[in-house]
Design a protein around this ligand. Sequence first.
Ligand SMILES: [Fe+2]
Length: 562
Amino acid sequence: MNILGIGGYSHDSAAVLVCDGELVAGVAEERLTRVKHQGGVPRKAVRYCLDAAGLTPDDIGHIGLYMRPFLRIGRRLPYRMTQMVHSPFYSAGYMAYELAHNAQYIWGMRSLCGRNTKLHFMEHHPAHAASAFLVSPFDQAALLSVDYIGEWAVTWAGVGRGTRLEKLRAANYPNSLGVFYSAITDYLGFLRASDEYKVMGLAAYGDPEYYDEFCKIIRIRPDGWYDIDRSWLVCHYLPGSLKGYFSRKFLDRFGPPRQAGEPLEERHRNIAASAQRILEEAVLSVAAWLHTQTGLKRLCMAGGVALNCAMNGRLLRESPFEEVFVQPAAGDDGIAVGAALQLYHRLTGADRSFVMRDVRIGPAYTNAAIRAFLEGAKVRYETPDDLEGHAADLIAEGKIVGWFQDRLEFGPRALGARSILADPTRPDMKDLLNKYVKHREEFRPFAPSCLEERAHEYFTNCYYSPYMLFVYPVEPDKRDKVPAITHVDGTARVQTVSSDINPRYYRLIQAFEKRRGVPMVLNTSFNVMGEPIVNSPADAVRCFYSTGMDALVIGDYVVVKR
Ligand SMILES: [Fe+2]
């Protein structure tokens, strides 16, 4: 049985293919169109999935989609009607948009169908939760999905047993932690629904001095859930509010918002720290509630907020759950996985047999294809016998090295297939990477890829973290050894690398340790600011020559700038 899953449509569209219950291919549309957060019907992604398995649209029996349009309209329109008194023009415009958007969504998705294909509009949050639970190694788990908004729910808690998911409780719009964090992102002069991780990075530089006041904006209830006080955060357009987020009261208390490009002051850093802290406390509180309700030891999480790896690190350390699994593509792209697998189990009644151990399910390029491209572009390359050793030499010499291998990663992180690698022991490496390649804000940390069985020596209680979704404290006596990946608060967003999942990357890190004495390399995504991660050799070579990268290790070949 062949099932396509579609994640996203408003933004971050993606497609995955599930054949007989196994996830065989998947890619985000942005990687193929080269437009970051690309939304709409993911035609190129669907085409890739079909080609990867040698299928045509007629071979697809079912398509699982990320949102139920009539549930969405049925909840959003009546609410907007109630807002007509405050903002008639905005509300009327919103309702017209909502109807047109959903009509386009249904129509667009229908165009993906072959002769035998049935469309299934799946509910947003259960599909998020399924994207984590149904690929996790857990038989039973508590489930938590937290994002900006689904059809109407914003935070969804449930329980998964076998192949069944059951809702326990949900909070609805506008009571959204995702809206809150996006609003703070916007207030601090970053791009909302895109730059939230910048707020997380900035938070480590501040003191949560406004935390007590933020506790009034997000009130944690005695039962463990939370309420957003809309006298502070209006959550959507109302007259007199700023961009539909902040009330006059908020602006009077916390000052004017920062405009993009303005200097970051202590006030901004402290607001980021306070927002991060209240988000963590609210999610910890809901998680504690969920633990009491279910009595289970394991938690599965998804939804855009679950990409907050500082929050996830605290959940791992401080929540009552012993194990936490987060879907690596926790945003709307990853819903494709949940929608397809939920559908598969529902339609077949089959038990689970698939566990996600690798996110590299995207396009791959053979050595022959890579060589043909390099020769066609008149790029001079070498073919070293010991590729990993050669790459390790380059990194140990302080070079910035593009690393292009195997299939493209699914989800927002580069995990050793489309990565830029550097020496984590050099104190100046962060600045060099920013100066020559990434051009990003100096407050954002870089992350390490560490040999799995050695990770606990450097990072407290870190044994298995293959997807860079959790922040761990760097052992105090090791911080000076790896300054380029240690954040200002003494933590790191670790990726553990195992020899059976990614042997070539593992061998590279081993070879690097022989040269520089640490079992890890600095790993950042293979892209420049504002662009999606590279997919093809052409994307990689273009990125390589338009930045200050020193070398490119692509398939079996090495390209070095002279
Ligand atoms: Fe979502």
